[in-house]
Design a protein around this ligand. Structure first.
Ligand SMILES: Nc1ncnc2c1ncn2[C@@H]1O[C@H](COP(=O)(O)OP(=O)(O)OP(=O)(O)O)[C@@H](O)[C@H]1O
Ligand SMILES: [Mg+2]
Length: 255
C-alpha cells in the first residue's frame, strides 16, 4: 500500500447548465508533495477543488483519498471533509469568536476533545502560523494576512491528510501575501501534502513538485517547474506564466 497516492483524481467532469466547466481532469498527489494549479480565470480551478472536497458533486469521474473511493460511495461526507483542510480566498472565519476559539471550536465539536486539550492544540497551531500573540483577537481586529494565517491554523488543527488552497493570497496586499506564502512554504518543507491554486509564480516555482496549467476545463499541460517555466509545450502556457510573473514580480524578488 506504500505507493497509494494520498489523493487521486480521475476524469472529473462537471457542467453547470449546458456549460461544461470541467472536461475530464485527472491527477495524483503523493504524500508530502505540493501540486500547483495555474491558469486563466474561469477555467475551472475552483470548481475542481470543490469537486475534490465534495462541495460540488462531479457529473463523472472519481476521487480517492488514501485509496478510498469518495464520489458516489457510502463514505460519510463530513468524515471525509475533516481529512481535507480547505483554505479559500475569503477566510470564512467565525467573526464572533476570538482567534483561538476559531481554531478550537471544531476540535471540541467535531473531534470531541475536552476544552483543555483543544486549547493546547489550538495554541500549537496558532504558533505554527505565527499567530500565538493574536490568540485573543477577533477576526475584525486582524489584518488580511493574519486572518488568512488563522484560517490555515484552523484547517491544520484537524490534522488533515491534504491541504487544499484556493488562491489564498489573492485578496491580500503584496506585503501581506508574503507572510501567508511563508507559512505555506514552511508547511511544504515540513512534508504537508498540498494542492494549491495560485497566481504566485514565485511560490509555484519554489514549492511545486508539479505544475498544472488549466485551460478551458482541462489540464492543457503539466510538468515540474523547471520545465514549465523554461520550455512549456504551448504558447498559451508560456504567455500566461510570463504575464503572471510580471504581475506578481513582488513575490518573485523575495520568493
Ligand atoms: N455554482 C455555479 N453555477 C454556475 N456556474 C458556475 C458555478 N460555479 C462556477 N461556475 C462557472 O464555471 C466556470 C469556472 O469557474 P471557476 O470558479 O471554477 O473558475 P476558476 O478557474 O476558479 O476562475 P478564477 O481564476 O477566476 O477563480 C465559470 O464560468 C463560472 O462562472
Ligand atoms: Mg477560482
Amino acid at each position: 500500500m506504500n505507493n497509494t497516492p494520498v489523493l487521486k483524481v480521475q476524469d472529473i467532469h462537471k457542467s453547470f447548465g449546458n456549460v461544461e466547466v470541467l472536461r475530464g481532469v485527472s491527477f495524483e498527489v503523493e504524500k508530502g508533495e505540493t501540486k500547483v494549479f495555474i491558469g486563466p480565470s474561469g477555467t475551472g480551478k475552483s470548481t475542481l477543488l470543490k469537486c475534490i472536497n465534495q462541495l460540488t458533486i462531479p457529473d463523472r469521474g472519481n476521487v480517492w483519498l488514501n485509496g478510498r473511493e469518495i464520489v458516489h460511495s457510502h463514505v460519510k461526507i463530513n468524515l471525509y471533509r475533516q481529512q481535507m483542510g480547505m483554505v479559500f480566498q475569503n477566510f470564512f472565519l467565525f467573526d464572533h469568536l476570538t482567534a483561538v476559539r476559531n481554531v478550537e471550536i471544531s476540535l471540541i465539536k467535531v473531534k470531541r476533545m475536552n476544552r483543555k486539550e483543544a486549547r493546547e492544540k489550538a495554541m500549537e497551531e496558532l504558533s505554527r502560523v505565527g499567530m500565538a500573540d493574536k490568540a485573543n483577537s477577533y477576526p475584525a481586529e486582524l489584518s488580511g494576512g493574519q486572518a488568512q494565517r488563522l484560517s490555515i491554523a484552523r484547517a491544520l488543527a484537524m490534522d488533515p491528510e491534504v491541504m487544499l488552497f484556493d488562491e489564498p493570497t489573492s485578496s491580500l496586499d503584496p506585503e501581506l501575501t508574503g507572510e501567508v506564502l511563508d507559512v505555506m512554504r514552511k508547511l511544504a518543507r515540513g512534508g504537508m501534502t498540498m494542492v494549491v491554486v495560485t497566481h504566485e509564480m514565485g511560490f509555484a516555482r519554489w514549492a511545486a513538485n508539479e505544475i498544472f496549467f488549466m485551460d478551458e476545463g482541462v489540464i492543457l499541460e503539466s510538468g515540474p517547474p523547471a520545465e514549465m517555466f523554461t520550455r512549456p509545450r504551448f504558447e498559451r502556457t508560456r504567455r500566461f506564466i510570463s504575464r503572471m510573473t510580471e504581475l506578481y514580480a513582488e513575490e518573485q524578488s523575495d520568493g
